[in-house]
Design a protein around this ligand. Structure first.
Ligand code: ZN
Length: 184
């Protein structure tokens, strides 16, 4: 089992280090990526995870393919049963991500975090964002997003800079009911 560290762990407050591009395809980094994917998929309500959340201080985050799953978006969760006979959207890996563009347009959106359970709160973030990163094969790519995915990009890059959403959130509250199911 992969442990997801909680907010009192100082690894979450460190500025994570860049991954040397030549090492991306080597076993050590591939193991980190696979541990992140296992950790993320062990959480029913997880939409993304950053390496510091499994106590690895490297600039990597993974977004779950679930966020493109219509059942998940409708709040029905993402059980194996729901995904049975369906082509699963793959989890996307972002290594050494850099925010290249963010919109001036900002919106308050409800957020949670796998490392700050069971707190939720609203964070004002850009509604559109473009990230440049390397994938798990060491290829550079650029991805533009809006809405939930744009918020996730900003939440995850904050993790790599030692920032937790609770540093910025308004209207924080606790809930164990998973009503706001998106956590990253
Ligand atoms: Zn988080």
């Amino acid at each position: 089992m992969i442990e997801i560290v909680q907010s009192e762990n100082l690894v979450l407050r460190k500025i994570a280090k860049e991954v040397p591009v030549g090492l991306i395809t080597k076993p050590k980094i591939q193991k980190v990526i696979s541990d992140m994917i296992i950790g993320l998929n062990s959480q029913d309500d997880g939409v993304a995870i950053a390496a510091p959340q499994i106590a690895v201080s490297l600039r990597i985050f993974v977004v779950s393919g679930r966020i493109f799953d219509e059942d998940f978006i409708r709040g029905k969760g993402s059980s194996e049963k729901n995904n049975y006979n369906k082509i699963r959207n793959l989890d996307s890996v972002f290594i050494n991500p850099v925010l290249k563009k963010i919109s001036k347009d900002r919106k308050l959106m409800s957020e949670g975090c796998l490392s700050v359970r069971p707190i939720y709160g609203k964070v004002r973030r850009a509604t559109r964002a473009t990230v440049e990163a390397y994938d798990e094969h060491g290829n550079k790519f650029v991805k533009s997003a809006s809405g939930l995915l744009a918020h996730i990009f900003q939440h995850e890059i904050d993790h790599l800079d030692g920032i937790l959403f609770t540093d910025k959130a308004k209207e924080m509250y606790e809930s164990n009911e998973n009503i706001d199911s998106n956590k990253s």
